[in-house]
Design a protein around this ligand. Sequence first.
Ligand code: FES
Length: 218
Amino acid sequence: MASNEATIPTGTHAPEGTRRDFLYIATGTVAAVGAAAVLVPLIAQMNPDASTLAAGGPVDLDVSKIAPGQQVVVRWRERPIFVFHRTPETLKTLQDPKLLGLLSDPNSQQMQQPPYATNATRSSKPEFGILVGICTHLGCIPMFYPQPSATVPVSDWPGGYFCPCHGSKYDPAGRVFSGVPAPYNLPVPPYTFVSDTTVRIGENPSGSSWDFSSIRQL
Ligand code: FES
């Protein structure tokens, strides 16, 4: 696995302007280093025609092609959606009391996810984490560091997401750490598994009418 260390842009600060402005700028920054970020490949969705994408309609993804420990990023409503195939070790980490004690909202009490993802893994299928990849501070795209590390990207890293813009940290379920600039967990978009191997992002499971616009902060 290639290290992401060299890809971290440092000293990136929010310019004057709106949060949306910053997201645009930060997205460009990440795109510039994206070629080296081998763990975050951008792959094509399954059969989304142009009109579907333009309308913000749901997007299907074949998750059988994502190896355990890997993540892909798809686009839904012009937002990056992280789809992470978690390993058994990662799932175990999510319940580690030491980790839970470091998190701001370990039980996902803030409305940052649909009801069917308000649980210990913030997902309806524990082995797949599905998150909107936008930092809840000022809108950068957090970087993916799935492996625990003593030093990278910061000391005592448990694995998860690190936002290089101002140092916010999220665990592998997108739960934000206490004491960082980001105030909320990463959002979870509406999604449903329409088969064992296909997830549909942008659509609730049958029987759920959760409104994505009700999310606390995107
Ligand atoms: S945008 Fe500031 S820490 Fe992520």
